[in-house]
Ligand binder design. Structure first.
Ligand code: GDP
Ligand code: ZN
Length: 342
C-alpha cells in the first residue's frame, strides 16, 4: 500500500490514539505487577495454554487441587508471545490468574501474519497429520507440498488416508501404490474411515500422549474425523470452506482439546490451512527428506540438479534409489514457487 501524506490533524489524532493505547497498556502492566507483589496470589504452578485471546489466555492447571480446571489469566508483559500449547508457570488470583513464566518450546508451528512475518500460532506440537481421502482424489504432489512444509517446521508429519469405506477395485491399486511410496521413504501412513469407524482404534492409539494438528485439503473429512475423536465438541462438518472464504488470514484462535482416550489436538481454521503458504525456493529440497542428504554430494556446490554433470540427485533417480514420482514432484513444487515469485 502506498503511504499517503497525513494532514496535521490526522497525525495528531493518530498520535493521540497511540498515546491512549500506550497509557492503557502500561496501566494494565502496573496492575499485573501490583497483583504479583500482593499476597493475593497463590503459589507458582504448572499450566498449559488452551486458548489465547489477545491480552488474556485460558490456562489449564496441570497440578494441585485444581488440576484440569481452566482459568482465565493475564500475563506478565516480558514473556513474549504466548500461544496455544505453551507450557507455563502461573499463579492463581481472585478473578483471574497471572502467567509468570513460559517454559521452553519443543516445537513451534509458524504461519505468516498479514505483513508476511512468520509468527508462532501453536507450540509443542508432535504430529502434523496430513489428511487425505479416497475422495477427493489424493494427489501426491499436494501431499508432498504438505510434507515440505511439515519437514521445514521440524514437526513430524504423518499421512492419514480417510474414507477407506470408499476404497474399491477401481481406486484401490493406485492409492495403495501411492501410499507405499511414502512408507518406503519412512513416513507413517495410517488408514481410517470416520463413517465406518474402521482404523479409528489404531489412529487413537497413535495419537495418544502426543499433541497433533490435522491439516489437509477441504473435503477430506477433517471435521468428521475430529468429531468422532472428540465426541461432544461438534465442529461443523463441511463448514470450513465457507469460513476460509472470508480471507486467507482467518484469525480464529487456536484451541487445544483433549482426546478422551489420550493425546491432544490443537485446531483452528488457520492451522488447517497449514502448508499452503509461501516457501523459499532454496528450502524446497530440505523438505524432501530422501533428497536432502544427497544434495551435498553433487560435483558442483551450486548444482541446480538440472543439466549439470555429476549430479548426485539425478543419478539416484536414474538408478532407482529415488522415486521418479518424488523427483518430478520436487521439480514441480520448485517451478510453481519460482513462477509465483517472478
Ligand atoms: P473437512 O473439510 O476436511 O473438514 O471435511 P468434512 O469433515 O467437512 O467432510 C467432507 C465430506 O466428506 C462430508 O460430506 C462428510 O460427510 C464426508 N466424509 C467424512 N468422512 C468420511 C468417511 O470416512 N467416509 C465417507 N464416505 N465420507 C466421509
Ligand atoms: Zn545436483
Amino acid at each position: 500500500m502506498a503511504k499517503r501524506k497525513l494532514t496535521r490533524r490526522q497525525s495528531w489524532r493518530i498520535q493521540k490514539i497511540q498515546d491512549e493505547r500506550a497509557a492503557r497498556a502500561s496501566k494494565k502492566d502496573a496492575a499485573i505487577e501490583q497483583q504479583l507483589d500482593s499476597s493475593d496470589l497463590g503459589p507458582e504452578q504448572h499450566g498449559l495454554i488452551i486458548s489465547h485471546f489477545g491480552r488474556t489466555v485460558d490456562v489449564e492447571a496441570k497440578e494441585g487441587d485444581n488440576q484440569g480446571e481452566i482459568i482465565r489469566c493475564h500475563m506478565r508483559t516480558n514473556l513474549g508471545q504466548l500461544v496455544t500449547g505453551d507450557r507455563v508457570i502461573w499463579r492463581e488470583g481472585k478473578d483471574t490468574g497471572v502467567v509468570v513464566a513460559k517454559l521452553e518450546r519443543k516445537s513451534e508451528l509458524l504461519r505468516p501474519n498479514p505483513y508476511g512475518d512468520m509468527k508462532p500460532v501453536a507450540a509443542n506440537i508432535d504430529f502434523i497429520v496430513i489428511t487425505v481421502a479416497v475422495e477427493p482424489t489424493p494427489y501426491a504432489n499436494l501431499i508432498d507440498r504438505y510434507l515440505v512444509a511439515a519437514e521445514l517446521s521440524g514437526i513430524e508429519p504423518v499421512i492419514l488416508l480417510n474414507k477407506t469405506d470408499l476404497l474399491n477395485n477401481d481406486n484401490r491399486v493406485e492409492i495403495d501404490a501411492m501410499l507405499q511410496r511414502y512408507r518406503d521413504i519412512g513416513y507413517t501412513v495410517l488408514l481410517a474411515s470416520s463413517s465406518s469407524e474402521e482404523g479409528l482404534a489404531d489412529l487413537k492409539s497413535y495419537l495418544d500422549n502426543r499433541i497433533s494438528v490435522f491439516v489437509g485439503q477441504s473435503g477430506v473429512g477433517k471435521s468428521s474425523l475430529i468429531n468422532v475423536l472428540l465426541p461432544g465438541v461438534d465442529l461443523k462438518v463441511g463448514s470450513l470452506s465457507t469460513q476460509t472464504k472470508k480471507g486467507r488470514h482467518t484469525t480464529t484462535t487456536a484451541r487445544l482439546f483433549h482426546f478422551p482416550d489420550g493425546g491432544d489436538l490443537i485446531d483452528s481454521p488457520g492451522i488447517r490451512e497449514f502448508g499452503l503458504w509461501h516457501i523459499e525456493p532454496d528450502d524446497v529440497i530440505n523438505g524432501f527428506k530422501e533428497l536432502q542428504p544427497l544434495a551435498g554430494s553433487c560435483r558442483f556446490r551450486d548444482c541446480k540438479h538440472e543439466k549439470e554433470p555429476g549430479c548426485a540427485l539425478k543419478s539416484a533417480v536414474e538408478d532407482g534409489t529415488i522415486s521418479e514420482y518424488r523427483w518430478k514432484s520436487y521439480k514441480h513444487i520448485l517451478s510453481s514457487i519460482e513462477e509465483q515469485n517472478s
